[in-house]
Design a protein around this ligand. Structure first.
Ligand SMILES: CC(C)(COP(=O)(O)OP(=O)(O)OC[C@H]1O[C@@H](n2cnc3c(N)ncnc32)[C@H](O)[C@@H]1OP(=O)(O)O)[C@@H](O)C(=O)NCCC(=O)NCCS
Length: 190
């Protein structure tokens, strides 16, 4: 879940192009790029292919569908405090995953959240997206990434630990875990 989402949303293009062609360990190729306001319909179609349990894990609420306001907030971002990456399939442009980074105003801490469509899981997409967002955050000078996860979301917690996050109980809600990764000593390597 994203904690820092109090940004002004201008829909301006990012200063630096953070679009990339990526390939996963399984050989799956995809393109990652910042979301644009005209992605809102395609993003809605993407979330229709996300399982109800994964929606709950992504948004930490029991929503059955992702409403228009939420879709707009994920496609019209300021590209400074908040970035919203879309992973798209090169053959047809369909969105297969989203990865958001929402930072505090000082750009010191970034909350990361990923979601993958049900038919594209276990291909290595989230691994590559988390690495992409880490390189992006390092380049922006972000000092720490964090992600709030349901304790029952074993897949996400395991994946994040494999990518260098540490897990601790989230104070105030025993159903949640706080995953964190320090970036101070990393280089962007993008
Ligand atoms: C959790 C979630 C994001 C994982 O997405 P995914 O794209 O299926 O994950 P990946 O394919 O990248 O990783 C799956 C496995 O392949 C492994 N893998 C992927 N790329 C790898 C690589 N380059 N080298 C070695 N192992 C790799 C991962 O370690 C993981 O193994 P594990 O299950 O033993 O931990 C997905 O299930 C999801 O959308 N969940 C709901 C939303 C959610 O939980 N969001 C919170 C995350 S911030």
């Amino acid at each position: 879940m994203i904690l820092n989402d109090d940004t002004s949303r201008t829909g301006e293009l990012p200063m630096t192009d953070w679009s990339r062609d990526l390939i996963t360990h399984s050989g799956f190729k995809f393109h990652v790029r910042p979301a644009r306001p005209d992605d809102v319909v395609a993003l809605g179609a993407f979330f229709a292919r996300v399982t109800p349990e994964d929606l709950r894990f992504r948004f930490l609420s029991s929503m059955k569908t992702v409403d228009q306001d939420r879709l707009k907030s994920m496609t019209s971002v300021d590209h400074r405090q908040t970035e919203s990456f879309l992973a798209v399939e090169p053959s047809n442009g369909a969105i297969v995953a989203t990865a958001m980074l929402a930072c505090d105003p000082a750009l010191e801490v970034g909350d990361v959240a990923i979601s993958v469509s049900a038919d594209r899981k276990n291909l290595g997409i989230s691994w590559e997206l988390l690495n992409h967002i880490t390189r992006y955050a390092v380049a922006k000078g972000v000092k720490r990434l964090q992600s709030l996860e349901s304790r029952s979301n074993g897949s996400a917690i395991k994946l994040e630990k494999e990518l260098g996050f540490t897990a601790e109980p989230y104070l105030g809600d025993s159903t949640l875990m706080l995953l964190q990764k320090r970036l101070d000593q990393q280089t962007s390597g993008s």
